[in-house]
Design a protein around this ligand. Structure first.
Ligand SMILES: [Zn+2]
Length: 597
């Protein structure tokens, strides 16, 4: 998603030599099929290779988008058939002709931020999931034409409009792949924002929802607050390539809940019917923050994006995790999230770093596992509950810790850090490595602080004392319940003889340490027969914290005797300290109070 405009001025020159032109129509939309034709002119190679993607930016696992492509055939300019050879699981080769028209059927029945949806009510096309592309023609301009659109439908996209309202263009391959398209009955709203240099940009909402105008207007007003709070962090909006940023939103029951960032647009989906409430707004805030953080402040590991294999990144704790932290910060500053809900969300981040077994792995390792966990589908069992903690929440917990450390030790904030990153790597669009990020942190703190932060929390995962950090805001971390007997939680169901462990047990819990795994059947605890969950709860609650008792269970047909230790529930919650000082009140105001002008 880079180097987009190197050759915008020479676009007409390229257009006369090489061009890629797609047409899309969906006469069988009732059954989720589209007919897509790509016409390629001026390719220089002996044969032209057409490829379906295996990867999609922002959704990091491997996807076999080619599985939903069939009826592939090709003709030349005079409609003479050309031979199509299937050259790989996701590719086709055609011997070159001055003009090649390749047509295929696309089945698309998952409208979200990654896949594609073709239905009676409209189309939602993420490009990697929908459009076959031509290898080697990375700099060739791309056009897309929608044919036979029903009356009243419109098209939302960051693609460039043309004189024909159903035709859109992209200057090159990377920009095209990054430009999702929504076609249907859309409600439109827009307003402008002005940067300190005087340039103005349009912010646009294209909303598919069954909603009265007044509800959309009030939602738009709140969206403006979110946009303004994001701008207040960086001091300006990015120079959106086409002069505008588009929120492409579908809030209706026919969609899959999702959010996906792009350079000049975002897809925001929710299955819940639009009710004008702000419960949808978090995703808007998250994705808009990405316009800076990941779209332009971008890890080198995602550049250039490889569409026929995955890009693995060590930096998603920053790209996604810090964005997750800022989602709650922005929502609270905008007055759309209460401080109580904000703290609950911080609580979730802290637990994912400090309590979940996966939090023991470094932020880098958890980021690198995105290629397996982020919509990755596996038939065999995985041990994610014990070796993975989401880079969203783990990274968010690091964002919270860094923000509070900068405030207490340097009279700086995470906003200052993000702005410094923006100036060095975002505005300039120079992709970063982790040592680059460490340097930026050093520039607003000092060498030893930056080095220690990266060594302790990025490359390793040492514990963070959140309680001390939260004290300056008048909060502390405390056990959720001082006297709650605990063996590790999980799901259970009555079995043939006893109580079956239904979910995988987690490391660092008494059940795991006693040797119990998913499928094992508990027979008795401390000599008391256990047949249902209530029996287990009763016997556990009758014991003392710290006590070790006998547990008998069946595992793979064998009866096992082991010891089960009763522990106190380690879950921690953020609690307000008694008698908050005015300094603590002022700290909170400066932290999550409104910043927008
Ligand atoms: Zn995100």
């Amino acid at each position: 998603m880079r180097s987009l405009f190197l050759c915008l001025l020479c676009l007409p020159v390229f257009a006369s030599a090489q061009s890629i032109y797609y047409t899309v129509e969906a006469p069988n939309a009732a059954h989720h099929e589209a007919e897509i034709t790509v016409t390629v002119q001026g390719a220089k190679t002996d044969s032209v290779e057409f490829v379906m993607s295996k990867a999609s930016p922002g959704r990091y696992a491997t996807h076999e988008f080619a599985k939903n492509v069939y009826n592939v055939r090709a003709v030349d300019a005079k409609n003479n058939p050309l031979t199509v050879v299937k050259s790989a699981s996701n590719a086709y080769k055609v011997k070159n002709a001055a003009t090649i028209k390749l047509t295929y059927t696309l089945f698309a029945n998952r409208a979200d931020g990654t896949y594609a949806g073709i239905a009676r009510n409209g189309y939602q096309l993420n490009i990697p999931a929908s459009f076959i592309w031509v290898r080697g023609l990375d700099q060739t301009p791309v056009s897309v034409e929608f044919k036979n659109l029903p009356e009243g439908w419109s098209v939302a996209s960051q693609l460039f409009p043309t004189a024909k309202k159903e035709v859109f263009t992209a200057p090159n391959f990377q920009y095209f792949m990054d430009s999702p398209i929504k076609v249907g009955k859309l409600h439109w709203r827009n307003w402008t924002v002005k940067n300190p240099n005087g340039k103005t940009y349009t912010i646009e909402l294209a909303l598919e929802a069954d909603a009265p105008a007044v509800a959309i207007d009030s939602f738009t007003n709140n969206l403006k607050k979110v946009v303004d709070e994001s701008i207040a962090i960086f001091g300006e909006v990015p120079e959106f390539d086409n002069g505008k940023f588009t929120f492409i939103a579908s809030l209706n029951p026919y969609i899959q809940g999702d959010g996906m960032e792009h350079r000049n647009s975002t897809i925001v989906n929710s299955r819940r019917q639009f009710d004008g409430s702000n419960s949808f707004m978090g995703t808007f805030a998250h994705e808009f923050f990405h316009a800076w953080n990941v779209e332009r402040i971008r890890p080198k590991s995602l550049e250039p994006f490889q569409y026929d294999q995955v890009n693995m990144s060590e930096a998603l704790w920053l790209a996604e995790g810090f964005t997750q932290y800022y989602t709650s910060v922005i929502m609270t500053r905008a007055g759309l999230m209460t401080p109580e809900v904000f703290l609950r969300s911080m609580n979730g981040l802290i637990n994912s770093k400090e309590s979940a077994p996966g939090g023991k792995y470094s932020a880098v390792e958890n980021s690198q596992r995105a290629v397996f966990v982020d919509a990755g589908v596996a038939v065999d069992e995985t041990n994610y509950q014990n070796m993975f903690s989401s880079y969203y929440s783990h990274g968010g917990a690091l964002g919270l810790a860094l923000d509070l450390q900068l405030r207490s030790q340097f009279n700086k904030t995470l906003d200052d850090f993000m702005t410094a990153l923006w100036v060095k790597h975002g505005k300039t669009e120079i992709p970063y490595t982790l040592p680059d990020v460490e340097k930026v942190l050093e520039s607003i703190t000092n060498k030893s602080f930056a080095q220690k932060f990266f060594n302790d929390y990025v490359y390793n995962s040492r514990p963070i004392n959140y309680s001390t950090l939260l004290n300056q805001a008048g909060y502390e971390l405390a056990l959720m319940s001082e006297n709650s007997n605990w063996i590790g939680g999980g799901m259970f169901r009555p079995g043939k003889t006893g109580l079956v462990v239904e979910t995988a047990t987690r490391k660092f819990t008494p059940l795991y340490d006693a040797g119990l795994d998913v499928g094992d059947e508990i027979i008795s605890v401390n000599g008391v027969t256990v047949k249902k969950k209530e029996d287990l709860d009763q016997v556990i609650n009758s014991l003392k914290i710290g006590e070790s008792v006998n547990i008998e269970f069946i595992s793979y047909g064998d009866t096992i005797q082991s010891k089960l230790k009763i522990e106190a529930n380690p879950a921690q919650v953020i609690k307000p300290m008694t008698n908050k000082t005015s300094a603590q009140e002022a700290f909170v105001q400066k932290w999550i109070g409104a910043k927008r002008k």
